[in-house]
Design a protein around this ligand. Structure first.
Ligand code: S6P
Ligand code: ZN
Length: 183
């Protein structure tokens, strides 16, 4: 007899009794977008993104792996698209995989020297996030963007560097298309 898996995934969310859900609202994203006044003018209870996580081992377990999905709502603050906070891993040498499930987006990647690039995300696109590379995802379409992620259980999150210095580029809608504007 084969066992039922504990967790399943669909186009957007993980399902199973050990799944953790984290929702991020506009109110949580002070000073993240270039136009802070425009952010404050919008409803603060607007959902920006939701993460569903499966952590089969304790945070910090060497050799363990976590799995998650992220769904970013469509929308813009002025001409800047809804996006995630973005982070380096607390253990900087830990890499990660992303793959796009649904929608259209961009993955912003910045190394420690602040060199920046953006990869296009679309259903089926696979993205290797190297070690020591900050990563942020952006929904560039009018539908929700969902993607999967797999990363080491001891990677952790370093949001501080991004909160203080930001990324060295932003994705804006310019002439109806997403464009990476380097700062
Ligand atoms: C974790 C992985 C994702 C993000 C998620 C939200 O290493 O990269 O699960 O946590 O996409 O982004 P952020 O920047 O708010 O954690
Ligand atoms: Zn990560």
């Amino acid at each position: 007899m084969l066992q039922q898996p504990a967790i399943t995934f669909s186009v957007d969310v993980l399902k199973g009794k050990e799944v953790i859900t984290k929702s991020t609202y506009l109110a949580d994203l002070t000073n993240l977008f270039k136009n802070e006044e425009a952010r404050l003018d919008m409803p603060q209870d607007q959902l920006i993104y939701r993460v569903t996580l499966y952590k089969p081992v304790a945070e910090g377990t060497p050799g363990g792996l976590f799995f998650g999905t992220t769904i970013i709502e469509p929308g813009q603050i002025a001409t800047e698209y809804f996006m995630t906070r973005g982070h380096f891993h607390a253990r900087g040498d830990r890499a990660e995989y992303y793959w796009c499930i649904q929608g259209e987006g961009a993955l912003l990647l910045m190394d420690r020297k602040r060199n920046i690039r953006a990869e296009r995300m679309y259903p089926g696109s696979l993205h290797y996030i190297p070690a020591h590379t900050a990563h942020r995802t952006i929904n560039t379409s009018t539908e929700p963007l969902s993607f999967g992620a797999c990363w080491p259980a001891d990677a952790g999150y370093d949001y501080e560097g991004i909160a203080h210095h930001g990324f060295s580029g932003r994705i804006f809608q310019v002439d109806n298309v997403p464009q990476l504007v380097k700062l």
